[in-house]
Ligand binder design. Structure first.
Ligand code: HPA
Length: 278
């Protein structure tokens, strides 16, 4: 991707919406329902922009990830929702998967919340749990930072120590405590998919220290870290990973479980967003 393409995408969004705010939330599998629960923005010039209308934006191939930007507000705070994301398994490059993160950076977004559905590996996790991502493991070689380097998106070599902001995680844990919700934490392992993992792969990931496994989030997290965004990752455990539970994994199960936690997720996100700097 070229720098001018990122700029044209950002300019288009800026011109249509006028006001974007500083916080964006990416709705992963099953979290889409959140978009119905939040109020439309009263300050932005439009309430939504389909990805297909944004110059150079990739177009999602997954029907459960309808692609659009939604301009919302929570307690008067502007919040940008991304309904639909791009997956490596769809055939996009790591750079394309993370494209929107860099556009958000150009738009002035400082806080990014990435949500996803994940398989549970850690023994402390159960189906239906919301889990904060503490760190990640990526075993494949791809990265959105490979290739042309644009200083506008951060340094060529960059630190990944506090990718999932300790500060935001503390805020999230405090919010969960106030709700009486037992918010767990874990390490997310990226697997390219689209096939679910084999039981042997899950055993290997467990030995490596993974608690969660999924097919998204990590490329976006790397791009967000490179441009120094404050990042929060939130997984919904939609199934126990292969070989941990008996039986086969099915996609229906993943989507159904994620929608069941929408209310808890909404309350938690609302509280977290109210604690972020405006
Ligand atoms: N593996 C990979 N991705 C997933 C899973 C899983 O078990 N569940 C939801 N997304």
């Amino acid at each position: 991707m070229k720098l001018w393409e990122y700029r044209e995408s950002a300019d288009y969004i800026q011109k249509r919406a006028g006001i974007v705010g500083e916080t964006a939330v990416v709705l992963g599998s099953g979290f889409g329902i959140l978009s119905d629960e939040l109020e439309d923005s009263r300050d932005a010039a439009c309430t939504e922009i389909p990805y297909s209308e944004i110059p150079h934006f990739p177009v999602s191939t997954n029907p459960s990830h309808a692609g659009r930007l939604l301009f919302k507000q929570i307690n008067g705070r502007q919040i940008l929702l991304l309904s639909g994301r791009f997956h490596y398994y769809e055939g996009y490059s790591a750079e394309q998967v993370a494209y929107y993160v860099r556009v958000l950076h150009l738009l002035g977004i400082k806080n990014l919340v990435l949500t996803n559905a994940a398989g549970g590996i850690g023994e402390h996790l159960q189906v239906g749990d919301l889990v904060l991502i503490r760190d990640h493991i990526k075993l494949c070689a791809q990265s959105p930072a490979i290739g042309s380097h644009f200083p506008a998106f951060g340094e060529r070599f960059f630190d990944m120590t506090d990718t999932y902001s300790t500060h935001l995680r503390e805020i999230a844990k405090n919010c969960a405590r106030q709700m009486g919700y037992d918010l767990k934490e874990g390490v997310y392992a990226f697997m390219a998919g689209p096939q679910y993992e084999t039981p042997a792969e899950i055993r290997a990931l467990k030995i490596l220290g993974a608690d969660l496994v999924g097919m998204s989030t990590v490329f976006e997290a790397i791009a967000a870290r490179q441009c120094r965004m404050n990042l929060l990752g939130l997984s919904c455990v939609t199934n126990l990973a292969a070989g941990i539970a008996s039986g086969e994994l099915a996609d229906g199960e993943v989507i159904e479980q994620a929608s069941q936690i929408a209310n808890t997720a909404k309350e938690l996100l609302t509280r977290i967003l109210c604690h972020l700097k405006p």
